[in-house]
Write a protein that binds this ligand. Sequence first.
Ligand SMILES: *Cc1c(COP(=O)(O)O)cnc(C)c1O
Length: 363
Amino acid sequence: MIPFVDLKREYAEIGEDVTTALERVVQRGWFLLGEEAESFEEAFAAYVGVEHGVSMNSGSDALFLVLKALGIQEGDEVITVAHTFISTADAIVRNGATPVFVDIDPDTYCMDPTKIEAKLSGKTKLVLPVHLYGHPAAMDAIVSVAREHRLSVVEDACQAHGATYQGHPVGRLGDAACFSFYPTKNLGAYGDGGMAVTNDSALAEKLRMARNYGQQHKHCHEFVGVNSRLDEIQAALLRVKLHHLDHWNTRRRAIAQLYTEHLRDTELILPHEHEDARSVYHLYVVRCQQRDRLQQRLSERGIQTQIHYPVPIHKQPAYAQSHRQVSLPVTEQACTEILSLPMHPFLTDDEVMQTIKGVKECL
Ligand SMILES: *Cc1c(COP(=O)(O)O)cnc(C)c1O
């Protein structure tokens, strides 16, 4: 059996440090908005190369609250992609605004910047690109269109901790960026977690209040916020894991290289890394015209694969009615052909080679 992800193996590597960190929190008896979250915010912001990190309960909440703090409201339009996890678009709708989907670049599966301008209207306020599968979106072009039209830019970096664009980590290329610490992300908690990062002090301050009932001082609620904090146990754990992020990402890249080297001579379309980008391979996604058949055959051999994502957002029941007219040919085609192969830093070379052999035999 080759598991798609296996977090038990990760614990085997870091268990001792994790236990020490968790014990420290439990002994201290302080579980929310304490020194662990603060230290982790500082460390992660420094890792990204920005001034401020504001930890939250999830990447979804980080996206929701960042958009709200940037003033997104009913009547506004936000440019994003339909080829992403649902919560990218939900963050827009939860603020009463409308997602306007642009198609993706068929090579990187990220927002195609040349398609943005045609979708702008007087109501457009913000552009929300996604660094999908660990591969940075074409930020140069995206930011330049956005600036020309005075639009804010927020990066959905929930799959791209440590990915670099033109040599710098993603997360500092727009007005703010959002990360998720969902357990299977490149940097994952033992539960939910997320963070917004920004160089804008006023925005950071607003976010700190928004995640904590709109209060800066106890019992004074300046606006209606939410309860969305990263608890001390998760923060302590993430401080430990942050030290491993770079070598885990390096291992993901080595696995990706192995896949690419040995699958190059097949009919599969393999991931393409843009020259400006260094992917952290949150997922290794191939394309195959007989995708469902391949997935079925691999499953019969015990090789687990997944599809990210089988249905584009504008075709989801929650969105289909309001986006009837939307046509995104590249997105729609990709959804029928993509397949995510097993990918996590604890795959052995032997397992990768078994997967490669399996794929070749199942095509
Ligand atoms: C995981 C993910 C999110 C949401 O993060 P959660 O922490 O699970 O709420 C948002 N966008 C993308 C692209 C993601 O992969």
